[in-house]
Design a binder for this molecule. Structure first.
Ligand code: HEM
Length: 365
C-alpha cells in the first residue's frame, strides 16, 4: 500500500487509511487538522470509556488532563519502580524455570504489566483477573465503530467496577493514582466522574495489552535472531536499543484513529472535513523512505525514529514504564534462561485485533 495507494479511501467503512511514515507522523501530531476527539459514542474504536480521556481530547483540554498525570510517569518516577518490577519478574519467572517449558505470555508478559499498573492505581490484587477479560474484549475490535455486544457489556462492567472503586477512594484516599486524580483540580474544578472513569480505563487498557505484546514480540524477535540473543548475553548494554528495534519491527500498536476537522491534503489526496483517518503506525515503521532495509530486524540501527509510541502531544505517557518493564524482563530472561527457544512445531496465533499486534501464546523452553 505504501507504494500503490499510500493514502487510501475505503468505501465500505468510509475511512481514509494512511501508510507512509511522513503522512502517519502528520496525522498523529497535527491536532488542529486531525482531531483525537472522535465523538461521544464508540467511533474511536477504543471504547466508550475512553471518549473523555486525554487520548480522545484535543488542546486545550488535553494539556490540562495530561498535566495531572505526567508526574507519575516521568522517567525518574518510573525508575523508582525498578526494584519492585525486578522482584515481580523474578517471582513470575521462578515458575517457568522450574517447569522447563511454559507459555511466556500467560506466565510473565501478561501478569507483569497488570500487576504494576494495578499497584500504581491501588487496585486490589484479587480484582486483576477481570481486567484481562475486559481489555481482551475491548482491544479485539477489528475496525473503527464496530462495537459488539461483548464490547458494550465489557465497558459496562468496567464502568461499574471503577465507579465503586472511585467511591471507595473518595471516602478513604490513599497514595495511589486514583486518589491523586480525585484530589486534582484544573482552574479550581475537579475532574467529572466520566473523566475519572476515562482515565482509569485508559491507564488499564492502554498500558496492559501493549506492554504484554512488547514483551512477547521481543522474545519472538530474539528467538528468530539467535545471533542477537548471543550478543545480548555478552553485551546487556544493547538491550535498550534492541527494545527500540522490536518496537519498530513488530509494533505493539499498529494503528491509531483521527477525525479531520478541516479539508486537508495528504499525499496526493484531498480529504474532506469530518473524515475518519486510520494512521498505520506499523506500516510507517517499515517505510523504506525512513528506514534502510526496513524488513530486517537490526539492533544496530543508529537513530531509530520509530512511531511505535505515537508522535506529538499524544506521545505515549507510559513509554518510560513500558521500556523499563521490557528491559527488566529481557535482562532477567537472558540471565535465567540463556538457552531460551520457542517450542518447535507450535502454530503462533495472532491476537484478534487490527489495533494491537502480538501473539496469544508463546511456548518457550
Ligand atoms: C498513548 C503506544 C504502553 C498509557 C499512546 C499512543 C501510542 C501508544 C501509539 C499514542 C496515541 C495517539 O496518538 O492517539 C503504546 C505502546 C506501549 C504503551 C506501544 C507499550 C509497548 C503504555 C503504558 C501506559 C500507557 C504502560 C500507562 C501505564 C498511555 C496514555 C496515552 C498513550 C495515557 C495517551 C497520551 C495522550 O493522549 O496524551 N500509547 N503505549 N501506554 N499511552 Fe501508551
Amino acid at each position: 500500500m505504501r507504494e500503490t495507494a499510500p493514502v487510501y479511501y475505503d468505501e465500505q467503512s468510509g475511512s481514509w487509511h494512511v501508510f507512509r511514515y511522513d503522512d502517519v507522523q502528520r496525522a498523529l501530531s497535527e491536532y488542529a487538522t486531525f482531531s483525537s476527539h472522535m465523538g461521544g459514542d464508540d467511533a474511536s474504536g477504543t471504547g466508550q470509556l475512553f471518549s473523555l480521556s486525554l487520548i480522545a481530547t484535543d488542546p486545550p483540554r488535553h494539556r490540562q488532563l495530561r498535566s495531572l498525570v505526567t508526574q507519575a510517569f516521568t522517567p525518574k518516577a518510573v525508575d523508582a519502580l525498578a526494584p519492585r518490577i525486578a522482584g515481580l519478574t523474578d517471582e513470575l519467572l521462578e515458575g517457568i524455570a522450574d517447569r522447563g517449558s511454559a507459555d511466556l505470555i500467560k506466565a510473565l508478559a501478561y501478569p507483569l504489566p497488570v500487576i504494576v499498573i494495578s499497584e500504581l492505581m491501588g487496585i486490589p490484587a484479587q480484582d486483576r483477573e477481570r481486567f484481562k477479560r475486559w481489555s481482551d474484549v475491548i482491544v479485539s475490535q477489528t475496525r473503527a465503530g464496530s462495537a459488539s455486544e461483548d464490547h458494550t457489556a465489557a465497558n459496562m462492567e468496567m464502568t461499574e467496577y471503577f465507579l465503586a472503586l472511585i467511591d471507595e477512594r473518595r471516602s478513604r484516599p490513599g497514595q495511589d493514582l486514583i486518589s491523586t486524580l480525585l484530589a486534582a483540580e484544573i482552574d479550581g474544578q475537579k475532574l467529572t466522574v466520566p473523566e475519572l472513569l476515562g482515565f482509569c480505563a485508559l491507564l488499564l487498557v492502554a498500558g496492559n495489552e501493549t506492554t504484554t505484546n512488547l514483551i512477547g514480540n521481543a522474545v519472538l524477535c530474539l528467538a528468530e535472531n539467535p545471533g542477537t540473543m548471543e550478543r545480548l548475553l555478552r553485551e546487556p548494554a544493547l538491550i535498550p536499543q534492541t527494545i527500540e528495534e522490536v518496537l519498530r519491527f513488530r509494533s505493539p500498536v499498529q494503528s491509531m484513529y483521527r477525525l479531520t476537522v478541516a479539508e486537508t491534503t495528504l499525499g496526493d489526496e484531498v480529504i474532506p472535513a469530518g473524515a475518519p483517518i486510520v494512521a498505520w503506525i506499523g506500516s510507517a515503521n517499515r517505510d523504506e523512505r525512513q528506514f534502510q532495509r526496513p524488513a530486517e530486524f537490526d539492533v544496530d540501527r543508529g537513530h531509530n525514529r520509530h512511531l511505535a509510541f505515537g508522535h506529538g502531544i499524544h506521545f505515549c505517557l507510559g513509554a518510560p514504564l513500558a521500556r523499563l518493564e521490557a528491559r527488566i524482563v529481557l535482562e532477567a530472561l537472558l540471565a535465567r534462561l540463556p538457552g531460551l527457544s520457542l517450542e518447535q512445531g507450535v502454530h503462533l496465533e495472532r491476537m484478534d485485533s487490527t489495533i494491537v499486534y502480538g501473539v496469544k501464546a508463546l511456548l518457550v523452553s
